[in-house]
Design a binder for this molecule. Structure first.
Ligand code: SF4
Length: 236
């Protein structure tokens, strides 16, 4: 089982996010494929490195901090963001919260008037994220093999601006997710409870039928970008 520690956030205010160095996997302009903003143009900043190893991870190239990724300052990242003429940006990964200076960079983007979202794996404390940022948080289900690493206090910190996501590989995952949604009242607490299928593991039809049978107040999603482009294609 992977090991990680929550980063020390006591020095967050002392970090200049424009001078800070980030390990970046890729930055690209695409169509948001998931969540309440699916279909909108978005600039994605994929930070490199993640301590988890989800069995179905679709960005394995962005996990290992010892290989891959390029070093960029926050200022260089901002220059690239500005070149796309797009007001919606999302920090993703890997796990963006494992690079602590991302907090300051997201705050800086909010102050410039961008709509900012972060997609996080759910194992890192989300409480230091700027309140203007849309938090799209995974809750890892049993088949990911990482569910014991969910940072459960996060589930009590979610609010209407936020979206929570369950990626399901099986009926077991679905039943587990249903239990968590009920226990934490997520359908009322969050702006959206998202359910999606592990591509090629669980059929969309099965998930749709289960949701209808249970009258579950969730939003099923298909990861639009995987239908527009080849599912394995990077940078889209
Ligand atoms: S948390 Fe996300 S990036 Fe990390 S291994 Fe899991 S799916 Fe991949």
């Amino acid at each position: 089982m992977p090991k990680f520690t929550q980063p020390d956030t006591t020095l967050l205010d002392a970090i200049n996010p424009l001078e800070a160095e980030f390990l970046v996997s890729e930055i690209f302009h695409s169509i948001q494929g998931e969540g309440l903003r699916a279909g909108e143009r978005c600039v994605f900043i994929r930070l490199h490195g993640c301590s988890l190893r989800c069995s179905w991870c679709d960005t394995p190239y962005a996990l290992d901090k010892r290989t891959g990724g390029v070093s960029m300052t926050g200022r260089e990242i901002m220059d690239q963001i500005k070149s796309y003429d797009c007001t919606f940006i999302e920090f993703t990964g890997g796990e963006p919260l494992e690079q602590i200076a991302v907090h300051g960079l997201m705050k800086h983007c909010c102050e410039l008037g961008y709509t900012v979202a972060i997609e996080t794996g759910g194992h890192m404390d989300i409480s230091h994220i700027d309140p203007r940022v849309i938090r799209i948080m995974d809750v890892k289900c049993p088949d990911s093999k990482m569910s014991s690493l969910n940072h459960l206090p996060n589930l009590r910190k979610l609010k209407q601006l936020d979206e929570v996501k369950f990626v399901l590989a099986s009926r077991t995952d679905y039943e587990w997710a249903k239990h968590i949604i009920e226990e934490y009242d997520l359908s009322n607490v969050c702006g959206a409870v998202l359910m999606s299928c592990v591509f090629d593991a669980l059929s969309f039809k099965s998930l749709a039928e289960w949701i209808l049978e249970d009258s579950l107040n969730v939003r099923m999603q298909l990861q639009m970008h995987k239908f527009i482009w080849d599912p394995a294609m990077r940078g889209v």
